[in-house]
Design a binder for this molecule. Structure first.
Ligand code: EAX
Length: 328
């Protein structure tokens, strides 16, 4: 009996349907990513780019579902706790609360440690940043990449701030970060640690007088509606982090792990660029919304917060701080 080519078609059909030929498509793995900021904020913009890149690099094998605005945890500390127990897979967070899980991460929150964006990128994308990411493993956390929150500035409802003395007596919300709290105590303020999700209402009700955050957070969370004065102190550079539950990361194939790391670092550049490209526009918009902006002499604030430096030098090691400050 002569096999005609035509007879092959139903045979291939049966083989294909039986899964013996054709491309095998196992179900995609979906990772839950949490952050606490609005969908207009840079963390969200960066997370969307991360999801796009991961999907591309894994040909749809790995998907990221983004849960914005504190849906999976009111504050960043709660999100990191969820990541540790595995209810959340990925978190984008400022380094603020991370020092509570891995104390040496607090070093990056020292006032005036970073000179400018170029200095930030050199340190955080180099061996010092790599070591800090690796240190997160002690807390069951995989540090994928340093993203950006930005240089923090001071807002309040009481008075314009032009010099350190103007901060005396202000009831200021800080992140749950002992270095920030110490710096503001040194300035004579009354620091109150609070998760991000409660800050707007606390300002609205006058429970606190002010808070401090980068321009992009002040703008995208409408802080201008509840705080009149903005002082461009730039008192701390606040890195952000893309974190993952380490067990979950290790359970992925080497190809997916590589794709996630690559995508996380490419999205870092994208997110930082978004912040830096939009900072001037956002500041003008804040002025348009009626914020009274002052430009204090940063050197005076740097001098006034030096005691915090001295206090933590012994904690983090003078050599690490000198290495960061000395990075050109
Ligand atoms: O990470 O809590 C804060 O002030 C953070 O800067 C904000 O949530 C973005």
């Amino acid at each position: 009996m002569r096999w005609s080519k035509l007879m092959l078609i139903p045979l291939l059909g049966i083989l294909f349907l039986s899964g013996m030929v054709g491309v095998s498509h196992s179900a995609p793995i979906t990772l839950k990513l949490a952050h606490v900021v609005s969908t207009s904020a840079p963390y969200h913009i960066g997370a969307q780019e991360l999801a796009r890149l991961v999907d591309l690099k894994t040909k749809g094998g790995l998907k990221i579902e983004i849960y914005p605005g504190g849906q999976l945890g009111k504050g960043e500390r709660e999100c990191i706790e969820g990541l540790q127990i595995g209810t959340i897979d990925l978190v984008v967070t400022s380094t603020g609360p991370v020092g509570g899980f891995v104390p040496q991460m607090l070093v990056v929150d020292l006032p005036f440690l970073f000179r400018d964006n170029a200095h930030v990128d050199k340190v955080l994308d180099g061996p010092i940043g790599e070591d800090l990411l690796k240190a997160l493993s002690k807390a069951g956390i995989k540090g994928i990449a340093f993203w950006e929150n930005g240089f923090r500035n001071l807002t309040n409802n009481k008075r314009p701030v032009n010099k350190p003395e103007d901060v005396k007596g202000l009831k200021l919300r800080t992140m749950e970060n002992e270095v920030h709290m110490d710096a503001f105590r040194t300035l004579g303020a009354d620091p109150t640690p609070m998760t991000w999700g409660e800050v707007y209402t606390a300002l609205q009700q006058g429970v606190i007088d002010g808070q401090e955050n980068p321009i992009n957070i002040i703008r995208t969370h409408k802080i201008y509606e509840v705080n009149k004065h903005l002082a461009l102190t730039g008192h701390v550079y606040s890195p952000a982090l893309l974190l993952m539950n380490e067990k979950k990361f290790n359970s992925l194939s080497p190809e997916f792990q590589k794709a996630l790391i690559e995508a996380g670092r490419e999205a870092a550049k994208y997110e930082r660029k978004f912040i830096r490209d939009n900072e001037a526009r956002m500041l003008e918009e804040l002025k348009g919304f009626g914020m009274q902006v002052t430009y204090p002499d940063k050197k005076l604030f740097q001098k006034a917060t030096e005691p915090t430096y001295k206090k933590y030098e012994s904690r983090f090691g003078k050599d690490l701080i000198d290495k960061i400050v000395g990075t050109k």
